[in-house]
Ligand binder design. Structure first.
Ligand code: NAD
Ligand code: UDP
Length: 332
């Protein structure tokens, strides 16, 4: 019989999209959570509902500078995740990834804590192996506009595995594929938040390129379940492990789903494809299935409905396009 052990857990980037869902989950599981964030892209609104919980603490701090903490587990999520935000100050993005990893690994080494790294499918760059397996080394342009993010995350992975070899640090590395859901930043330019807010406002849907490029979208609750399973797995499971939903679709189809689910009359306009935009991306999740017993549960339409509901409320319910048809089905 397994006994519950309350852990002290540090979550960097805890006020962001994924971080706030993770803090919520860990508190629900009965743990003590320290959320560290500099609020660059994170928002206090994302964690406002957690502040009354006596097991929840927040610290405004930039992880590219050193931190001392006594904890049992560290989830390192701090890093701007959308191109618009990580390209705003590329040097700071690299500092966050590289120095942030060094500082979190330092805490883990000193305290013996397990340390989890939120890596990314971007380490595969514009992949020529499809779907992407963890042993693929990737195809990244080290000089392009996405490099501050991609190479920063690649360097962080290197640091994690060197720390394990050199110091025996207990590491957990996951590579996250496109994830969506409530509390995505409405203005971060990512495709799901863009399409939904455009549809709700009746604005044009901005499709980049011909919309034939593919992505596979994972709903946030599925991803967080994968995080917790990874952290709770045996020490010899270090990763990297892909976490994402392998249901791959052209981005054009996403636009059509959003239009259908919102009932919006927005029209689709075609804009140029950004430089280095990957033409296809889809996770191979065999490792996650076998090692973690993990499998996404939430289908695209279901997840989109919940996200549409969130953005509709965020926009003040003014859009009116939800007019009863979906509204009853999407709460929660
Ligand atoms: P997000 O921008 O909502 O969250 C990132 C958080 O980190 C924000 O709260 C931000 O304020 C904070 N932060 C940034 N720099 C910091 C610093 N120097 N010190 C302290 N805090 C800092 O993004 P997200 O989607 O929640 O992503 C979380 C993590 O997951 C990131 O590391 C990202 O690279 C990774 N990831 C996300 C996705 C996705 O689809 N959402 C995909 C792959 C990887
Ligand atoms: N995209 C789009 N319209 C938008 C925003 C994004 O067509 O308004 C496309 C983008 O070019 C990319 C895909 O959607 O091919 C996913 O973009 P996102 O920035 O969400 O994630 P990433 O490129 O990092 O996978």
């Amino acid at each position: 019989m397994s006994m519950f052990v309350r852990k002290r857990v540090l979550v960097t980037g805890g006020a962001g999209f994924l971080g706030s869902h993770l803090c919520e989950r860990l508190l629900r599981d009965g743990h003590d959570v320290l959320c560290v964030d500099n609020y660059f892209t994170g928002r206090k609104d994302n964690i406002a509902h957690l502040l009354s919980n006596p097991n929840f603490e927040t610290l405004r701090h930039d992880i590219s500078t050193p931190l001392l903490a006594e904890v049992d587990e560290i989830y390192n999520l701090a890093c701007p995740a959308s191109p618009k935000h990580y390209q705003y100050d590329p040097v700071q993005t690299l500092k966050t990834s590289v120095l942030g990893a060094i500082h979190m690994l330092g805490i883990a080494r000193r305290t013996g804590a397990r340390v989890f790294q939120a890596s990314t499918s971007e380490v595969y760059g514009d992949p020529d192996v499809h779907p992407q397996t963890e042993d693929y080394f990737g195809n990244v342009n080290p000089l392009g506009p996405r490099a501050c993010y991609d190479e920063g995350k690649r360097c962080a992975e290197t640091l994690f595995f060197d720390h394990r070899r050199q110091h025996g640090t207990r590491i957990k590395v996951v590579r996250i594929f496109n994830t969506y859901g409530p509390r995505m930043h409405p203005d971060d330019g990512r495709v799901v938040s863009n399409f939904i807010t455009q549809a709700l406002r009746g604005e044009d849907i901005t499709l980049y390129g011909d919309g034939g490029q593919t992505r596979a979208f994972c709903y946030v609750s599925d991803l967080i379940e994968g995080f917790v399973r990874m952290m709770d797995s045996d020490d010899d499971i270090t990763g990297p492990i892909n976490l994402g939903n392998p249901h791959e679709i052209p981005v054009r189809e996403l636009a059509e789903r959003v239009l259908a689910l919102t009932g919006s009359r927005s029209r689709i306009v075609y804009l140029p494809l950004p430089q280095d935009d990957p033409t296809q991306r889809c996770p191979d999740i065999t490792r996650a299935r076998n090692l973690l017993g993990w499998e996404p549960q939430v289908g695209l339409d279901d997840g989109l409905r919940r996200s549409i509901d969130y953005f509709d409320q965020l926009l003040g319910g003014r859009s009116g396009v939800l007019s009863g048809i979906e509204a009853h089905a999407v709460s929660g």
